[in-house]
Design a binder for this molecule. Sequence first.
Ligand SMILES: [Zn+2]
Length: 407
Amino acid sequence: MLDIAALAKLGGVKKYNADEIFFNAGDPGHEMYIILKGRVGVYITSIDGFPIMITELVSGDFFGEMSLLEDQPRSATIGAIEDTIVLVINESNFEQVIAQQPSLAYRIMKGMSSRVRQLNEDLAQLKRGKVEERKAFKLAPPTAEKPSAEVLDNSLFPPGHKPYPLEAPPSDDNLLFDREVLCPVCEEKFKTKNVRSSKLRLDKVDNDLRQRFVDFEPLWYLVWTCPNCYYSNFNFEFKQVSEVFTKKLLEQGKQLKAKVRLQFSEPRKLDEVFVTYYLMLQSLQAAGKPNPTEAAKVWLRLSWLYNDAGDEEMFLYASQQALDMFKDTFYNTRRETSIEQDQRLSLLLGELSMRIGENTEALKFFRGAIARKGGNNTINRQAEDRIRDLKDIILVQEKKVKEEEKV
Ligand SMILES: [Zn+2]
């Protein structure tokens, strides 16, 4: 046990209120923290910039030791879940703290070694992800007699889109709650399903940055649609619509209502989910967004949904759309992004290129994802791995071509 009273005498005791952020991933930092009382959440940021809690730390746990010992930027965001009291350890009191609590040095070492082990496991999982990436998300057996979001006019979907008689597992209910939302376009209130992010548990991250959660697929609830005007957007950006576009969105909504009768079943059906994503693409168009990134994010997610539905053809089609639009972002949009964000985008461009068979392009993007200075080393390693994989694939293909030439 740590002698908390004795540690507190060394100074550096600080209180954080519930929901207060200690630091964000990527921040520089030179302190570590020991939780004396309370609870904190460890969050990572998805490529869309919304936080996902991966674990919780409680009294007696510590965090931030990498920054103290190795001067590394923060690898995750830490926020107080409830009022939390911590002991802040920095270079000036580190030796005193260790002298007074030698057991702490042992615990830090133990903690670091288990984190390194965890990191290795994560990397192994990333590798395993390669094999599993086509494996569909667990879905309840098809029960739908007919698709419940009735599509009266197929022009909402691209050619090749089909009905997919799948529905969410009933266990989804445990992670959902009803939320009343005020539509920023038509100003009507409506009820929608919202995900309890604090209950999400990250399982692994696929090579294309898709986050897999334990027994749950948040993609099914990511897009909110106003049932009154059909305005649709990602839940975390739902309020972000400029008044300039209100009229256009309302007009468009009227036309869309003639094409689609919207409804959500419990449990939700995949066909209903697809409708929300395609309605969002319509909303983006009406809002005249010059930035292709938003549409790219939609297409990337559509590719994942088609993959889960087992539709290979549409999976590749949506991947191609995502690739084209992310490329547009990459080459033509002025971005204020960190080195790490650029690395991630390059990695994703490489992955999507590889998926549709553009191997030379893929190689270029993977190489571009490696940043020796100021970059994220995990991404560097992942890019190096993918370069090796890709070179193997290219070798096999060349061999095949040569053999065919011989025949
Ligand atoms: Zn509305």
